[in-house]
Design a binder for this molecule. Structure first.
Ligand SMILES: Nc1ncnc2c1ncn2[C@@H]1O[C@H](COP(=O)(O)OP(=O)(O)OP(=O)(O)O)[C@@H](O)[C@H]1O
Ligand SMILES: [Mg+2]
Length: 479
C-alpha cells in the first residue's frame, strides 16, 4: 500500500496513541500533535498527505485545521473525528473541505479503511502527475503517445527511417495509427518543406485511381476535358502516402512497379515521359504477404514496397499505451474545456485495461471523448461513463446492455463489478484489487517485480490476478 505521511491531532493521549499505533502498524509515517496550536505549527514545517484531527481541540478547532490544510504544502486531505451528537460541526468541517469524518466511538478498522481510500486517491494522483511528466518528455513524438516497448521500438524506427528516402510499408489494423506514423515520417524528413500527398486506394475504382495517381491528357477518356496532373506529380520532391495499398488492381500494380523502378511514368492517354522525385509511404490493413501467396498482389511489387516494414501492434497488445493515451486525451480535453484534466476511477481504469478495443486507438479516442462529455462536471471518469449509453444500467448495478462491449467486460469479471458493497470484506477486496493493479502498473507490468513489491510469491500474485480478473499486457488474450 502507498505509505502516507500523516499528522494526528488529538488532545486525548490514549485516543491519539491508539490511532498513531494503528497507522504505524500498517506502514504509514506518522507525526502527532497534542493540541491545535502544535498541529498548526507542524503543518507549516512538513508536507503531509493526510491529517486526522479531533474536531474539538484546545488551541484551534478542527474547522480551522481544515482551512489551514488548504494552505499547507501538498494540501493534505483531512479526516475529522467528531463526538456523537456534534453532526452540525462535522457538516461544517466537510463544507470547509474535509475529506471525510468519523464519529466516536469507532473501531481502528473503520478508520484504517477510510485511510486506505485516501491512500488510493493519493497514489492515483501521483501516478497521474507522473504520467503527465512522462508524456511531456520522452514518449511524445509528433503527438504520438507510446509507452509500450513495442511502440517505442516503432518510434525509434520512424526517427531513423524519416531521414532516408526508403520506401516504407506500414501495416496494422484499423485505427492503430498508420496515418499518424506516415505524417511523422514526412514531417521529420528532409522533404518536409515539400508536399505530403495522400491517396486512399480503396476509395476509387481502377480507372479513376489510375488517372488520380498518374494524371491524364486532354481527351484521354470521356469527360477528360483538359489535361490534369496526377498525385505523383503533385508530390514531386515530397512524399506520397498510398493508403490501403492492398486494394489496387493488377493494372495499377504494374504501373506502380514501373514508377518505383524507373522513377518515370506517362499520364493516362499521354506519351510524354514524366520524371518524378517522390518518396513513397504505403499503408495496409491486409497482410500483403498473404495477398501475394493468394496471387492477388504482385510479389515483385511487394518487395519494392516492403523495403522498411513498420508494423503497428493492435492496442490490446500494448495495454500500457491504453493508459498513457487515455491520460493524454484527458489532458487535451481538459485544456479544451478549460478545466483540470479529469482522472480515471480505479474501476474505469480496470475496464479500459481489460476491454479488447477492436477499433484500436480510434475507438479509445471516441470512448474517452464521450466519457468526458458524460462525466461533465465530475472530477473523475467512472466506469459507466465509458459505455455508449448515457446512463449505462449494468455498471450501476442493473442488467448488462446486450451490445455494449464495456458491459461485457465488466460482466465477465469474476468479482461483483458495480454494486458498492458495504461489507468490510467487499471493501477489502475492492481495495486489494485496485492496489494490485496500481503496483503492477508501477512495476511496468512485471509480475516478478510486482510480487516482490507486494510481498507475495509469484504464484500467490498469479492467483489473485486470476481471481480479480486482472489481465496484464504479457498475458494471453481472453477469447
Ligand atoms: N499512438 C497514438 N497516440 C495518440 N494518438 C493516436 C495514436 N495512434 C493513433 N492515434 C489516433 O487515433 C486515430 C486513428 O489513427 P489513424 O487514422 O492514424 O489510424 P489508421 O491506422 O490510419 O486507421 P485506418 O486503418 O482506420 O485508416 C487518430 O485520431 C490518431 O490521431
Ligand atoms: Mg488511415
Amino acid at each position: 500500500m502507498t505509505s502516507l505521511s500523516i499528522l494526528v491531532i488529538d488532545d486525548e493521549p490514549l485516543m491519539r496513541m491508539s490511532i498513531v499505533d494503528a497507522l504505524q502498524a500498517v506502514g504509514h509515517d506518522v507525526q502527532e500533535a497534542a493540541d491545535g496550536t502544535e498541529g498548526l505549527a507542524l503543518l507549516q514545517t512538513k508536507p503531509f498527505d493526510l491529517v486526522i484531527t479531533d474536531l474539538r481541540l484546545p488551541g484551534a478547532d478542527g474547522v480551522q485545521i481544515v482551512r489551514a490544510c488548504q494552505q499547507a504544502p501538498r494540501r493534505p486531505e483531512v479526516i475529522v473525528i467528531t463526538a456523537h451528537g456534534s453532526v452540525d460541526t462535522a457538516v461544517q468541517a466537510m463544507k470547509s473541505g474535509a475529506h471525510d469524518y468519523i464519529t466516536k466511538p469507532f473501531s481502528m478498522d473503520e478508520l484504517l479503511l477510510i485511510v486506505a481510500r485516501v491512500a488510493d486517491m493519493v497514489s492515483l494522483r501521483q501516478e497521474n502527475v507522473q504520467l503527465r511528466e512522462e508524456l511531456k518528455s520522452k514518449f511524445a513524438f509528433e503527438g504520438i503517445v507510446g509507452k509500450s516497448q513495442r511502440m517505442r521500438d516503432v518510434l525509434e524506427k520512424v526517427k531513423l527511417v524519416a531521414k532516408t528516402d526508403a520506401t516504407v510499408l506500414i501495416a496494422g489494423e484499423s485505427g492503430t495509427g498508420k496515418e499518424l506514423i506516415a505524417n511523422a515520417i514526412h514531417h521529420n524528413s528532409p522533404r518536409r518543406a515539400h508536399p505530403l500527398i495522400k491517396v486512399s486506394c480503396a476509395a476509387l475504382p481502377e480507372t479513376l485511381l489510375e488517372a488520380e495517381l498518374f494524371g491524364h491528357e486532354k481527351g484521354a477518356f470521356t469527360g477528360a476535358l483538359k489535361q490534369r496532373r496526377g498525385r505523383f506529380e503533385l508530390a514531386h520532391r515530397g512524399t506520397l502516402f498510398l493508403d490501403e495499398i492492398g486494394e489496387i488492381s493488377p493494372v495499377v500494380q504494374v504501373k506502380l512497379l514501373r514508377v518505383l523502378q524507373e522513377r518515370q511514368f506517362e499520364r493516362v492517354g499521354g506519351t510524354e515521359t514524366i520524371d518524378v522525385d517522390v518518396r513513397l509511404v504505403c499503408a495496409t490493413q491486409k497482410d500483403l504477404k498473404k495477398e501475394v501467396a493468394a496471387g492477388r498482389f504482385r510479389e515483385d511489387l511487394y518487395y519494392r514496397l516492403n523495403v522498411v516494414p513498420i508494423e503497428l501492434p493492435p492496442l490490446r497488445e500494448r495495454k500500457e499505451d491504453v493508459l498513457a493515451i487515455t491520460e493524454h486525451l484527458l489532458q487535451v480535453a481538459g485544456e479544451r474545456l478549460k478545466q483540470p484534466a479529469k482522472t480515471l476511477s480505479p474501476k474505469a481504469r480496470e475496464i479500459l485495461l481489460r476491454y479488447p478495443f477492436p477499433g484500436n486507438v480510434r475507438e479509445l479516442e471516441n470512448t474517452i471523448e464521450r466519457a468526458v462529455a458524460l462525466a461533465q462536471l465530475n472530477e473523475s471518469i467512472e466506469a459507466w461513463d465509458l459505455c455508449g449509453e448515457a446512463q449505462c444500467p449494468f455498471l450501476k448495478g442493473g442488467e448488462p446492455l446486450p451490445d455494449c462491449g464495456f458491459c461485457a467486460v465488466a460482466y465477465s469479471g469474476p468479482t461483483s463489478p458495480t454494486i458498492e458493497d458495504t461489507t468490510l470484506s467487499a471493501a477489502r477486496e475492492r481495495f486489494e484489487r485496485a492496489h494490485i493493479l496500481d503496483v503492477l502498473h508501477r512495476a511496468d507490468w512485471s509480475k516478478t517485480m510486482a510480487a516482490k513489491m507486494l510481498g507475495l510469491s509469484r504464484k500467490a500474485l498469479w492467483e489473485k490476478c486470476k481471481r480479480y480478473g486482472i489481465v496484464t499486457p504479457g498475458d494471453e488474450q481472453e477469447p
